[in-house]
Design a protein around this ligand. Structure first.
Ligand code: NAD
Length: 431
């Protein structure tokens, strides 16, 4: 059963709690900050402060032992003025209504900064996937897909993988949806295996965009990649792909980490000899001659720091220890609002997630185009078009940074918000 509600009083509280900022509080503060810089109708800002809808479902699962357990699932749909809702589905014990709303807002800005014709959404199930067998995960996913079937679709809302979900999860959702609709509908989700309509290059895309943006920003500040030292927190889909590309392109990657700690070599690591999270989970430190703690990675005096693990890792508590000159955000929301202003005051440049890791949603858009046109692109074409889109977005943000003398985060938000506000202006409010 799908219940639908518009925003309520509890998600209007947006005062930041510096010690523990929620994704929603951070997203609202970033919106307010960008809106204060550009001339935008406050009525539009007010609309963007709230999700269009938050769907909450209860998903029953028959466990392998025959008992039935109930799980809570969400889908927050923030804004669709520029196109269908788009965003990941997360399986994690910390999934909440508030978190889904905050993350759905980031998806709206991310699609807009890339000029992709999608809006923002996010959802998930409150579950630790490690507690489920594969068969249980499949049954939970298929039932969840059915519970949200009426609100997703290739022209309405297109989910994708996120924490705790992957290509197999998307394949089950695509199958469940297609069976119910009586037609194979690959465009209902992205991040699928290529054999059923997934795109080549999708898995690598967020890491590739992080690497492209890092290369451009280093060059912009006259510090070419070949002379730069880099530390990457998180060696998963985003972190490992970013670290390896930067390594391939000539940077010296001195540290990479996973949840257990970091491999460290001031002369530069061979990033391809260290297994990514996908290749061998949480094994980074076992392949290292020298290790340092996960916290110590933030204290390294490197040219570029890439937090690419989880959100809220650079906070008021550790921001003073950060030695890097430049931070490119690989994860979503790794820097709290408070830490971000402290870094800004110190002159540390932060390239925001909504630009840096947007390669993921950009290749998801390519996947959707391939699905609705029934035509597969080569990996070379995907990578070439991604490079073109990333450079266009980078240029648009750079122009704002230079013209208005604002931070890179504000520049990216200004680009995104201007496009969204113009779309709202033209479409108006009905009725
Ligand atoms: P992943 O599961 O593939 O890898 C995560 C990595 O981070 C692992 O190496 C893990 O050991 C490490 N890690 C986890 N918790 C940690 C902690 N507390 N401290 C240090 N390391 C920790 O995840 P991913 O897909 O690479 O996603 C990473 C981040 O990037 C998330 O914030 C995600 O939302 C964001 N993101 C992912 C994509 C995508 O398509 N994969 C796209 C855009 C943004």
């Amino acid at each position: 059963m799908v219940s639908e509600s518009t925003s309520t009083a509890e998600d209007t509280a947006s005062e930041p709690n510096p010690a523990h900022e929620s994704a929603l509080a951070t997203a609202r503060h970033q919106l307010a900050e960008a809106a204060s810089i550009i001339d935008i109708d406050p009525n539009i800002v007010e609309r963007l402060n709230h999700p269009a809808a938050v769907h909450e479902v209860t998903v029953p699962l028959k466990r392998d032992d025959g008992t039935v357990q109930m799980y809570q699932g969400f889908r927050a749909q923030h804004d669709s003025v520029r196109g269908p809702y788009k965003g990941g589905l997360r399986y994690h014990p910390d999934v909440s209504r508030e978190e889904c709303i905050g993350l759905s807002m980031w998806m709206t800005w991310k699609c807009a900064v890339m000029d992709i014709p999608f809006g923002g959404a996010k959802g998930g199930i409150v579950v630790d996937p490690k507690d489920l067998s594969d068969a249980e995960t499949e049954r939970l996913t298929r039932r969840f897909a059915n519970e949200i079937r009426n609100i997703i679709g290739p022209m309405t809302d297109i989910p994708a993988p996120d924490m705790g979900t992957g290509a197999q999860t998307m394949a089950w959702i695509m199958d469940a949806y297609s069976v119910q609709e009586s037609q194979t509908t690959p465009g209902v989700v992205t991040g699928k295996p290529p054999v059923i309509g997934g795109s080549k290059g999708r898995e690598e895309a967020p890491g590739r965009s992080v690497a492209i943006v890092s290369r451009e920003v280093l060059e912009y500040y006259d510090n070419p990649l070949e002379d730069a030292t880099v530390a990457v927190q998180g060696f998963g889909s985003v972190g490992a792909n970013a670290a390896r590309l930067l390594d391939d392109w000539g940077a010296t990657v001195v540290a990479v980490s996973d949840v257990n700690g970091a491999a460290y070599d001031p002369e530069g690591l061979d990033t391809r000899s260290i297994p990514s999270h996908d290749e061998e989970p949480e094994a980074v430190t076992t392949y290292a001659d020298e290790t340092i703690s996960n916290e110590a990675i933030f204290e390294l005096d490197v040219d570029l720091l890439v937090p690419a693990a989880v959100g809220n890792v650079i906070t008021e508590d550790n921001v003073d220890d950060v030695q890097a000159d430049l931070i490119v955000e690989g994860a979503n929301g790794p820097t709290t609002f408070t830490a971000d202003s402290i870094l800004d005051d110190r002159g540390v440049r932060v390239i925001p997630d909504i630009l840096a890791n947007a390669g993921g949603v950009t290749v998801s858009y390519f996947e959707w185009l391939q699905d609705i046109n029934r035509r597969a692109w080569s990996r070379e074409r995907v990578n070439e078009e991604l490079e073109t889109e990333m450079l266009a977005a980078w240029e648009a943000v750079r122009r704002e940074v230079e013209t208005r003398d604002v931070s890179w985060r504000d520049g990216a938000y200004i680009v995104a918000l201007s496009r969204i506000a113009d779309a709202h202006e033209y479409r108006g409010l009905w009725p």
